[in-house]
Design a protein around this ligand. Sequence first.
Ligand SMILES: [Zn+2]
Length: 402
Amino acid sequence: MKPILPLFVFVDACGWEIIKDDPFARTIAPNRKKLTSVFGYSSACVPSILSGRWPEQHRNWSYFVFDPKNSPFQSLRPLRWLPEALTSRRIFRRWLSKFIKRQLNFRGYFDLYNIPFKHISLYDFTEKKSPLQPQGMNRGPNIFDFLLERGVRYHVSLPERTEEANLAALIRDLEGEVIDFAFLYWPGLDGLLHEVGNQSPQVPAKLRSYERWLDELLHVARQHYSDVRLYIFSDHGMANCDQLLDLRATIDALPCRMAEDYVVVYDSTMARFWFFNDRARQTVSECLNKVPQGRIVPDAELQQMRTFFPDRCFGELIFLVKEGVLIVPSHMGERPIRAMHGYHPNDPQSYAVVCTNQAAIPDDIVAIPDIYRLMTWEAEGLAKSVKVQAPTSSEAPSLKVQ
Ligand SMILES: [Zn+2]
């Protein structure tokens, strides 16, 4: 029997609005708090949770950036001659993404999404390392560096495994009492919400199945650890997409040309532009100012959200749509999806959550990067008790990293 287990369960897209009227995990983690998310997608939110810092600090924000000099995709240019009927198919792109990921030795999540091969060599991909591993951030340390440095043995989910397989792997480590910190990651709700929207009866059904898994997990954890300190948390919520915006058609109709006058990445809820001349900057800006479904985000607001990059690495101009609008087709997808995240953090569906069995959530835990502080506090408490137990050992604790 071990003394303490900090148990952090990350339920992707389990937003405040998703569970505020649902009894999700009420019996096991009754203390709930609404948290502000980070502007951006999971590519920004997850690294912020794992590092306790904001995108302007860790520089993990959006996946694709204009950077032809450093583009690893030069070898894909010949694919532009393949028929679009093939190259725009999800199944082909998924297979190719896996192949490229291996070829380029990318460690994190990688997907080519819907970037046309004609333009792929204009872009670099910014998540070459996995934020779920030590030294996985673009800049600075994450929680796994923190744990490694202190000799805290931990468990972390592997994204390539299913949710059930990650649960089973954690349960095995708990039964073996080989870890003193656990980070479980469940992405299934996010995928489901994208597909069915936030009002589908499948959403509460999924929450109920998570509760069954959590009960199983806690049952095992309590047999092996006398104090299980449970935190269930999310990165953002999910908004239904009731309005589609073909922004690319509007921009393509302007007297400026992609790759000659400007470069753009169409994400699902934003468009990020780089300009090669003032005329293009002015023409595109004037056009965007007339699009009622969104607005150009001023630098001051980007600074407030801590997603302002002085080198404009992620775009010189950021256009953001209103909650519920989906840019489609985009570089993220050719076809509409039912729901999306990545809107303004102040939009209702953006808010995340933390639920715990601990009596108090400190007042200064207000946004998702603060979850890092909860993790380090818990791990520090643990690090101390490890020290008290084995003061004479000169051996470094063995590390189990998976
Ligand atoms: Zn998502």
